[in-house]
Design a protein around this ligand. Sequence first.
Ligand SMILES: Cc1cc2nc3c(=O)[nH]c(=O)nc-3n(C[C@H](O)[C@H](O)[C@H](O)COP(=O)(O)O)c2cc1C
Length: 199
Amino acid sequence: MASEEHTAGGSAVPLRLAVIIGSTRVGRMGETVAKWFAGRARDRPDLAVSLVDLADYAFPGHYPEQSSPSMRRFTAAVGEADAFAVVTPEYNRSFPASLKQAIDYAYDEWQAKPVGFVAYGSGSSGLYAVEQLRTVFSALHVVTVRDWVGLDLLGDDVAGSGEPYDTDDRVPAVAAMLDQLTWWGRALRDARHAQPYCS
Ligand SMILES: Cc1cc2nc3c(=O)[nH]c(=O)nc-3n(C[C@H](O)[C@H](O)[C@H](O)COP(=O)(O)O)c2cc1C
């Protein structure tokens, strides 16, 4: 018989990490960056990684009175995850509208879970996008982990294809972010199983 730590909420069960591609722009870099990051996360046996690509959702142009099938499919994907890595560009010192639209469709499904950030920009490494996302996620009772991964597309962080280089400073940056996500993800998963969140 499985020991308690091997049951659904136990720490031996891989944490379900959803990697969210925040840009839906035609010709976006986000998909390449997200697939690179998901590949690094998949190297870890303690994570079960899925990609949530906002470009796969035909969200309505106006916030509807009743949720649409695409909105429900997105909130279900958020609800199934234990932790999130949001891959976001910086647009005019913030994050893209496509990402805010999607974030706002879920509420309970975000709660008492951690999020980390992989950000990129042309000139900046996405710091403004990350800091604004921290504010948004705090309203949703999401824990944002301290360490994040930043990429300057105009510098020497990425190859011509857009694939980030696994440099001596980037490998530990990815590891630190994933370590923090995993710690919080396990702790909050156990806490959610022990008692409902108090929002
Ligand atoms: C509308 C728009 C605004 C942008 N604003 C910024 C910015 O404020 N800072 C920055 O570093 N890069 C900025 N950029 C450059 C983007 O970070 C870069 O084009 C990146 O590839 C966009 O991500 P995506 O290709 O995944 O959509 C902006 C790009 C767009 C399209």
